[in-house]
Design a protein. Structure first.
Length: 364
């Protein structure tokens, strides 16, 4: 229940943040004769001198009206924007660049809302891809079956606890502990591998990455050449759950960095077309990233219902191809090679972003 409230709060926060950067053009309502902020004569729903809304509330009902108006009017624009984003993404980019902005959610507002919605959905129902592979489909005979993973993991943790107890008894005698130490090391490796697999099958749950039942040795060796950084890595290895929370927090805060990371590459692949500016590329990238996040949200919801979702990843290059053709008026070949290049660019940008997040998580 608490998690659901938190997730709903995340989405509402995302809508509120998006609303804060979303232009209010095209919104109308009744108003007073003079602006209550600067006293200028009002001729429309906004003051021509300072920009304040003409129609104001001063009651609890009015407060809820402002919240509902801010969130749901934004939602109204979303339903006009999403169909174009899904089917005619390049036309959406062109219309926005050329001034048709009152009807659509601005790129940055949609991006911010998509970020909050994506993380809230992942926390609530899990990730967009679930693995459920039967032994018969594995050529190496390794069983990776999601429903049985937790039970197998619990058995292995119990086995590890038994081995450690046996070692304590053996250590008090004269028998060598070499053999049982080897078994313990092997069991610890199995528990760690199964924990990671279980986490991936459940949408990278941070609970699945906890080290409950494991006692990583204090003597674990990490050598990067920087003593302080070595200690940070060792601390992260002992508490990966905390590291995952830090990464999630950083991803919230710095998701916008994907936009400037992509812009230099966009400029390079359109270097011969001087009629397109960095601003145009920024609009393209921001709407494109928003589509990917909305797609991941839809995949996560579908996966939570037990349906396969991996096939939907093919929609990313298809959408990118259509968006390039429509936005930049490209032919098939021009859009095709740029799509292939942009997929490589996306991988590079995400890799740089992930490295930065891990570094922030370790140093934070």
């Amino acid at each position: 229940m608490t998690g659901g409230i938190k997730d709903a709060g995340d989405v509402m926060t995302g809508a509120a943040v998006a609303r804060a950067v979303e232009p209010a053009h095209g919104e109308h309502g009744g108003h007073a004769a003079a602006c209550l902020n600067c006293s200028a004569v009002l001729t429309g729903p906004f003051c021509a001198a300072c920009g304040q809304m003409a129609h104001l509330h001063r009651s609890l009902i009015g407060l809820w009206h402002d919240i509902a108006h801010g969130v749901f009017h934004f939602e109204g624009k979303v339903w006009r924007t999403l169909p174009l984003l899904a089917w005619r993404p390049g036309d959406l980019v062109r219309e926005y660049i050329h001034g048709a902005r009152a009807r659509f959610v601005s790129p940055l507002a949609l991006f911010l809302f998509s970020v909050f919605l994506m993380f809230a959905t992942f926390e609530s129902v899990g990730g967009p891809i679930r693995l459920d592979l039967d032994r018969a489909t594995m050529t190496n005979g390794v069983k990776v079956h999601a429903p049985a993973m937790k039970a197998d993991l619990a058995k292995e943790k119990a086995r590890l606890a038994g081995l450690e107890a046996d070692r304590g008894r053996i250590e008090k005698g004269t028998i060598s502990t070499t053999d049982i130490d080897s078994s313990i090391a092997s069991s610890r490796g199995d528990v760690q591998a199964m924990t990671a697999a279980d986490a991936m099958m459940n949408g990278l749950s941070t609970d699945g990455l906890s080290t409950d039942g494991l006692s990583l040795p204090d003597s674990i060796n990490v050598h990067t050449g920087v003593a302080g950084f070595d200690e940070k890595i060792k601390a992260a290895l002992k508490n990966p759950k905390l590291l995952m929370y830090k990464l999630q927090s950083s991803a919230y805060k710095f998701a916008w960095a994907l936009i400037p990371l992509s812009l230099p590459f966009m400029w390079l692949i359109f270097a011969g077309r001087r009629n397109y500016k960095l601003y145009d590329h920024a609009i393209f990238v921001t709407y494109s990233l928003s589509f990917v996040m909305v797609l991941l949200v839809a995949m996560a919801v579908i996966a939570s219902l037990g349906a396969p979702t991996g096939w939907a990843l093919w929609l990313v290059p298809v959408h990118m191809f259509r968006q390039l053709r429509q936005a930049y008026r490209l032919g098939w070949f021009g859009a095709l090679w740029r799509t292939a290049t942009l997929l490589i660019v996306a991988f590079i940008s995400l890799s740089l972003f992930a490295v930065a997040l891990v570094a922030l998580g370790l140093l934070g």
